[in-house]
Design a protein around this ligand. Structure first.
Ligand code: XMP
Length: 519
């Protein structure tokens, strides 16, 4: 049972998840909630502090300030410490009677602030400290009940506290790595101001998770489709641990996977002692279904439909053999579930591409043992329960697999070319000890031909893109900056060894404006 927790009130900022993850890294369990939670009876039990996220809107928009001010007044009367970040900082400031100016000189990116107080909130910062800002409105004047802790530019309030020590605001983003020592601000708020005492760690939650599955499922039977990715593997392991032989796991080989992947998943589940594990080779059904299809969304639709058909067939077969299933296991994790305030505060949402909608006849209830955890937390759980390392550190891989990494129609020939190139990339990165640092690394096959020369021969072949990104949740991603020699070595191997490719390029686009996958 979770005793202490903090809530991150979501105003739709791009870093809301990051704030929650940082709190958890500091050992304080954090959940993302809509602001209505503060008006809901009983929701604040064991909540010793609240954090207000940033947001895409400006407080000064006239229709916003009145309702927000009312809410902030409720919030500041709760006598629970509250920290506002960016938009949250501005909301709290106006609620406490400060002056907010709109427009002017926006501050984006690295910005120098000057500490003007010895308050412990900023004790991890230098007198002059570089922080990450992203705002246009600014807090300019504070009432007597509040004290500035830091200023930026022409005396804008970069951080403040209320004199009763309950309300804090920081205009900058302490949660991003671009703010050096930003974690000291969150730590000071959580530990010194809110006085959180317990240390929460995902790997300590395993017994509770298993108990919850037992309670939820009772004597029922659970069916689950696994992709062999870390989320579904850890989820499968925990459900099996909870209910043993009443758990059945199906792996569908869609023929669009990486080299050796289908065998690897079967071997790993066998080694982990799964008795009711079934691999279904449906390669032909998927590849034939994709014939002549170029549009990536159409590819996604066909793959999802084919998956349901194959899974349904297998489920029928297992039902005939073992009786009706009651539950469907899923590897849903926290970011899949919590939608941002920008599109509907606090609504639970399952990404359609992560979770396939099943036919009505199955009428299964969901079991989602990892629904409250982030990916790094799932990995720590996986490590503790002894999931093989190569399964835990697998990079995320999209459900439609190589079909959305091939420009134009998917054919067996194109799949072979991409598989060979991708294998060279992954091997090269593992050899250079660079693989596990990356969020994702993969090749994309472009049906764009260009002229090359091999020996004395002119070639006219396709282009391979190498895509390598750093990210913490795939919502945003930056271009990875690998060792140049390693990259050149890999590119040269691909261009020289893979028949059908004579040119290799490196993708320099971050997300946004690009997406991680090409198609
Ligand atoms: P994008 O390309 O949207 O990708 O920046 C974000 C993350 O989602 C993965 N991705 C998918 N995963 N089905 C999936 O299961 C899909 O259709 C799909 N499209 C993208 C992508 O690999 C990245 O991790």
């Amino acid at each position: 049972m979770i005793l202490e927790r903090t809530y991150v009130i979501d105003y739709g900022g791009q870093y809301t998840h990051l704030i929650a993850r940082r709190c958890r890294e500091l050992g304080v369990y954090a959940e993302i909630v809509p602001q209505e939670v503060i008006f809901t009876k009983g929701m604040l039990v064991n909540v010793k502090g609240l954090i207000l996220s940033g947001g895409p809107r400006t407080v000064s928009e006239s229709d916003m300030s009145t309702p927000f001010k009312k809410n902030m007044n409720v919030l500041t009367k709760l006598r629970i410490p509250v920290l506002g970040i960016c938009f949250g900082h501005q909301l709290l400031a106006i609620a406490c009677g400060a002056t907010l100016e709109s427009g002017g000189n926006p501050e984006y990116g690295h910005t120098l602030i000057t500490r003007v107080s010895d308050d412990s909130m900023l004790s991890g910062f230098d007198k002059e400290h570089n922080v990450w800002m992203s705002h246009s409105d600014q807090v300019t004047e504070l009432p007597d009940t509040m004290t500035a802790l830091a200023v930026s530019g022409d005396q804008r309030v970069a951080a403040f506290k209320s004199n009763d020590g309950l309300v804090y605001g920081v205009q900058f983003h302490p949660e991003v790595t671009h703010t050096p020592n930003g974690m000291t601000v969150l730590n000071a708020f959580l530990r010194d101001v809110c006085r959180y005492e317990e240390t929460w760690r995902s790997e300590d939650q395993i017994d509770d998770i298993v108990e919850r599955i037992k309670e939820e499922v009772g004597e029922g039977r659970v069916l689950m489709g696994t992709s062999g990715g870390v989320d579904s593997t850890v989820a499968a392991y925990l459900i099996r641990k909870a209910i043993g032989d009443r758990f059945f796991c199906v792996f569908v080989d869609n023929g669009l996977l990486r080299e050796g992947e289908a065998e690897e998943v079967s071997v790993a589940f066998d080694e982990m002692g799964f008795k009711n594990f079934e691999a279904v080779d449906a390669s032909d059904e998927f590849i034939d279904g994709l014939k002549d299809v170029e549009d990536p969304e159409e590819k996604r639709r066909i793959i999802a439909e084919t998956f349901i058909r194959v899974f349904e067939r297998k489920a029928h077969e297992l039902t005939d053999k073992h009786g009706q299933f009651d539950f469907l296991g899923q590897g849903t994790i926290y970011p899949d579930r919590v939608e941002s305030a920008a599109t509907g505060i606090g609504t639970a949402m399952i990404k359609s591409h992560h979770n396939v909608r099943l036919p009505d006849w199955m009428q299964l209830k969901l079991v989602e043992p990892l629904k409250d955890l982030y990916k790094d937390e799932v990995r720590r759980v996986g490590h503790k329960i002894g999931i093989p390392k190569h399964m835990i550190w697998r990079q995320p891989f999209p459900g439609p697999s190589f079909a959305i990494r091939i420009g134009g129609p998917v054919t067996r020939e194109q799949l072979t070319i991409l598989r060979e190139a991708d294998l060279i990339l992954q091997k090269g990165l593992i050899e250079a000890n660079a693989y596990s640092e990356l969020w994702q690394s993969f090749c994309v096959l472009l049906p764009i031909q260009s002229v090359g020369v091999m020996g004395d021969e002119r070639t006219y072949e396709q282009t391979c893109v190498i895509r390598m990104v750093d990210s913490s949740d795939a919502m945003t991603a930056s271009v990875s900056q690998p060792d140049w020699e390693v990259l050149l070595r890999i590119a040269s191997r691909i261009a020289n060894q893979v028949a059908g490719i004579n040119r290799v390029v490196y993708d320099l686009t971050s997300k946004p404006p690009g997406t991680i996958e090409w198609y």
